[in-house]
Design a protein around this ligand. Structure first.
Ligand code: AMP
Length: 229
């Protein structure tokens, strides 16, 4: 059965790392809206020029732009059998649009990773990313805890700090999360396929909890499908 996983959580909660693990286990694509936007900025496309300042300020790109980006991406063949969204939806308007996009394409399984603010600030402060392939270093469960000589162990690219991982922008992104994205938790909370997972646990335990929840949610959806038939 195909499923659509939505990872919700503040920046630094480990969404990207966990999404990467789950997509490998289930063979469905991980779609990170942050990665799509950063690539567009890097390539200097029209989208990139539209969103560059907003990302640098730690604010949210408009719902209209984001819904268009995700709608186009979910229309591609590799997302037909399910997908994992990392960083979308971030507002209730985006979540409502997502419900319409996936209508009839399997259940939406919504997972919140919760981590206290002081730990998020610590994690984001030490996080480094590869300037070439985007691999993340320094966070719990990331490609590697220690990146050696400042080079990516996957492709040899230079490790850099993301522009929006400086302390002022980090604080702004955390504020935006609590104002715009926390209402999402209320939006999904009533659904049987929703779960909140403690993101302070060791990364392997977070992955185990996540996979157990996916299996339970799928079993529930199958049972509901049989009851309707
Ligand atoms: P992330 O890598 O998920 O932390 O995203 C980096 C930045 O991209 C965010 O701080 C926002 O400026 C923008 N962004 C990514 N996804 C969204 C979204 N779903 N809605 C609005 N802005 C987004």
């Amino acid at each position: 059965m195909s499923f659509n996983l939505v990872m919700i959580g503040p920046p630094g909660a480990g969404k990207g790392t966990q999404a990467e693990r789950v997509c490998r286990a289930y063979g469905i694509p991980k779609i990170s809206t942050g990665d799509i936007l950063r690539e567009a900025v890097h390539d200097g496309t029209q989208l990139g020029r539209q969103v560059k300042e907003t990302i640098a300020a730690g604010s949210l790109v408009s719902d209209e732009i984001m819904i268009g980006v995700v709608c186009e991406r979910l229309g591609r063949a590799d997302a037909r059998r399910g997908f994992i969204l990392d960083g979308f939806p971030r507002t209730v308007a985006q979540a409502t649009a997502l419900d319409e996009m996936v209508d009839g394409r399997g259940p939406i399984i919504a997972v919140v990773l919760s981590v206290p603010e002081h730990e998020l600030v610590r994690r984001l402060g030490v996080r480094r990313v590869c300037a070439d392939c985007g691999a993340t270093y320094g966070g719990p469960g990331s490609v590697t805890e220690s990146s050696g000589a400042g080079r990516c162990t996957r492709c040899g690219g230079l490790l850099v700090q993301r522009d929006d991982d400086n302390i002022d922008v980090i604080r702004q992104r955390l504020r935006v999360f609590s104002q715009a994205t926390e209402p999402l938790v209320r939006y999904y909370r009533g659904r049987p396929t929703f779960v909140s997972i403690d993101g302070l646990q060791p990364p392997d335990k977070v992955t185990a909890d996540l996979r157990a929840h996916i299996e339970a949610a799928l079993a529930m959806s199958r049972a509901a499908g049989r009851a309707e038939a």
